[in-house]
Design a protein around this ligand. Structure first.
Ligand code: UD1
Ligand code: F6R
Length: 359
C-alpha cells in the first residue's frame, strides 16, 4: 500500500525516519545512574569476543549493499582497530581470493537471497571463517546460513531501487562497530539527531528539473562520503536511466578532470568532516575549469563553500561517521524526481529485478 504516495520508491525515501527508528529499536541502551550507554545486538553478543580477535574483517555485498558497507567501513576500522577489507561478492569469487579461519566475514544483503552473495557465503564457510549476516529478511538464505548476524528491521522494501534499506544497513553497521568497539558510546543522542535531520530534509524537485535532459552526471565524494557518491550515482543510473558516475575526489586529477566543462553537471559532496578542506580545494579547481557544480554542504556553509555560484544542497550536520545516512537522502530524492520527470518507471526500472537470484 502506497498510502499518500505515488510510488513505492517515494514512500520508502520518506519513510526513512521511521525505518531508522525501527532499526534501532531495543538495541540502544540509554544509560542512567547505574547503566552505561551501550549497544545491544542480540544476534552478535555471543560472538563479539571472536570478532574482536579476528585478524581482519571483510565486508561482502553487491550494489547498494556494498555501498552501505563502504560507508560504514571507516567507523568500523576506527572503533575496532582491525583492518577492514571490502569485497564485491562476484569479484571475490572470480578471484577465489584467500579467506582464513581467523577472518570475520560480514555479508550484507537486503533480500538475503542474492546469488552472488550466497555463493560467497558458501565459499567463506568452506574456508572456515566466522560468517556474520546483515539482512532485512528474516528466514532468508543469508540469515539461515550465517553463524550469527543482525536483522536490519527496515520493513519490506518494494521499490526495486534500494533506499531505506541502505540507510538502515549503515545504521546497523554503525551499531555493529560500536558493539565491537564497545567503549566509545555516545550514540543515542547522535542517532536522535539524525532522525531529526532526516525529517527536515529539503525537497529536491527543482534541481531534478534542471537536470532532466542531461546525458551524464558525476558525483565526487571522499572519506565517509565516497560511498555517498557511489550510491547517489547508482540510484541515478538505475532509476533515471541516465549515465552517472561516483568518483573518489582524490582521484580527480588522475583522469576524471578531463571530462569537466561548462555543461557536465557535477555534484560535489563537501559537508563538514576531516575531508572538508580538501573538498573545498576540489571545488576551487572545478570552478577554475568552469565546471557546472552542484555542491552539497552543511547548513549555513553555502556562501563559504561555493561563494554564491552554482546550485547548493544544504544538509543538517550530524556526527561525521553517520553523515552518509543524511547525505544520501537528497540524492535519492533527486534520482526519484529525475525519473518521474523523464517519464520512466520508478519502482520497476527496466531490466532490473528486486532480488537477483542468478549469477
Ligand atoms: C530478536 C528477535 C526479535 C525480538 C528480539 C527481542 C527474531 C528474528 N528477532 O531480535 O523479534 O524482538 O530478539 O530480544 O526473532 N541472524 C543470523 N544471520 C543474519 C541475521 C540474524 O544468524 O543474517 C541470527 C542472529 O544471530 C540471532 C537471530 O538471527 O540469533 C535474530 O537476529 P536479530 O533479529 O537481529 O536479533 P535481535 O535483535 O536480538
Ligand atoms: C540498487 C539495488 C541493488 C541491490 C543488489 C544487492 O538499488 O537494490 O544494487 O543492492 O542487487 O541486493 P541485496 O541487498 O538484496 O543483496
Amino acid at each position: 500500500n502506497k498510502g499518500k504516495y505515488e510510488h513505492y520508491m517515494q514512500k520508502e525515501i520518506h519513510e526513512q525516519p521511521e525505518s531508522l527508528t525501527t532499526t534501532m529499536r531495543g538495541r540502544l541502551i540509554r544509560g542512567g545512574s547505574s547503566k552505561r550507554k551501550s549497544v545491544l545486538l542480540g544476534g552478535l553478543k555471543d560472538h563479539l569476543k571472536t570478532i574482536r580477535r579476528s585478524r581482519r574483517i571483510v565486508f561482502i555485498g553487491c550494489g547498494t549493499s556494498y555501498n552501505a558497507a563502504l560507508a560504514a567501513r571507516p567507523l568500523l576500522e576506527e572503533l575496532s582497530g582491525i583492518p577492514v577489507m571490502m569485497e564485491i561478492a562476484s569479484d571475490l569469487l572470480d578471484r577465489q581470493a584467500p579467506i582464513y579461519r581467523d577472518d570475520t566475514i560480514i555479508f550484507v544483503s537486503q533480500s538475503g537471497e542474492t546469488a552472488d552473495t550466497l555463493n560467497a557465503l558458501e565459499y567463506a564457510l568452506e574456508n572456515g571463517a566466522l560468517c556474520v549476516g546483515i539482512t532485512n529478511t528474516v528466514g532468508s538464505a543469508i540469515a539461515r546460513n550465517t553463524h550469527c548476524g543482525v536483522h536490519i528491521n527496515a520493513g519490506s522494501e518494494i521499490g526495486v531501487a534500494s533506499t531505506k534499506a541502505y540507510t538502515s544497513q549503515i545504521v546497523v553497521m554503525a551499531m555493529v562497530s560500536l558493539a565491537i568497539g564497545a567503549d566509545t558510546i555516545s550514540s543515542k543522542p547522535r542517532r536522535e539527531a539524525i532522525i531529526e535531520s532526516l525529517l527536515n530534509l529539503p525537497e529536491m524537485k527543482d534541481l531534478a528539473q534542471s537536470l532532466i535532459s542531461e546525458q551524464s552526471l558525476l558525483m565526487f565524494g571522499r572519506g565517509y562520503n565516497y560511498a555517498t557518491a557511489l550510491e547517489g550515482a547508482l540510484k541515478v543510473k538505475e532509476v533515471a536511466l541516465m549515465h552517472s558516475e561516483g568518483i573518489l575526489a582524490g582521484e580527480m586529477k588522475h583522469g576524471p578532470l578531463a571530462l569537466v566543462d561548462e555543461n557536465l553537471p557535477i555534484v560535489v559532496i563537501a559537508t563538514r568532516d576531516q575531508s572538508f578542506s580538501k573538498q573545498q580545494s576540489v571545488i576551487q579547481q572545478l570552478k577554475a575549469r568552469k565546471g557546472r557544480l552542484i555542491v552539497m554542504c552543511t547548513e549555513g556553509d553555502a556562501a563559504a563553500v561555493c561563494g554564491g555560484s552554482g546550485r547548493v544542497i544544504e544538509v543538517p550536520l550530524v556526527v561525521d561517521c553517520l553523515q552518509p545516512v543524511v547525505n544520501i537522502v537528497p540524492l535519492q530524492l533527486l534520482s526519484y524526481h529525475l525519473t518521474v520527470l523523464r517519464g520512466y518507471n520508478v519502482d520497476q526500472p527496466r531490466n532490473l529485478a528486486k532480488s537477483v537470484t542468478t549469477e
